[in-house]
Design a protein around this ligand. Structure first.
Ligand code: ZN
Length: 162
């Protein structure tokens, strides 16, 4: 069976950048399960999965604009340190990820610098501005259930209600 709109596919992947550095892999966990054609994945990856079949292995090379977009300097903000709640013993530190309230709701930001009372937050996706390479093996393709299509996402092995 081929991957087309409203099929549910499962695949293993190994993600590297163009320098060949490992960024992520599904090999030590269950394969990724998703509903095709509902923008569950980055557009460049869904486009290349279209028409692939169970058992197929291929390499998808994806430009940053079809992955997580360009790095955007406007998503870097300097905010005062006293704006952070001190919840318990976790000290604010460079390299830490924090939840921030933005105009578009809650987002994850990376603390890139702390200088005196100035905290630099970077709201870019960690993979923004990067061309990506996915090594993919399709494990399973099936028709989505009516419920999955209605929800707009795949349901796991045991199914779930929400
Ligand atoms: Zn659901």
């Amino acid at each position: 069976m081929q991957i087309t709109k409203n099929t549910v596919a499962q695949f293993h992947y190994t993600l590297t950048n163009t320098q060949g550095e490992l960024l992520d892999s599904s090999k030590d966990r269950a394969p990724l399960l998703y509903l095709h054609g509902h923008s569950a994945l980055i557009s460049g990856l869904e486009n290349q999965l279209e028409g692939k079949s169970s058992g197929e292995k291929f390499v998808a090379e994806i430009k940053s604009e079809d992955a997580y977009g360009d790095y955007n300097e406007e998503l870097v903000h300097i905010v005062p340190k006293n704006g952070f709640q001190n919840d318990g013993d976790e000290q604010l530190a460079e390299g830490m990820q924090v939840q921030v309230d933005t105009n578009n709701g809650m987002a994850v930001a990376l603390v890139t610098k702390i200088e005196g009372e100035d905290v630099t937050l970077d709201l870019n996706h960690p993979l923004s501005g990067m061309d990506l390479k996915f090594d993919i093996e399709i494990m399973d393709v099936r028709m989505a259930t009516a419920e999955e299509i209605e929800h707009g996402h795949a349901h796991g092995e045991g199914g779930h209600q929400h």
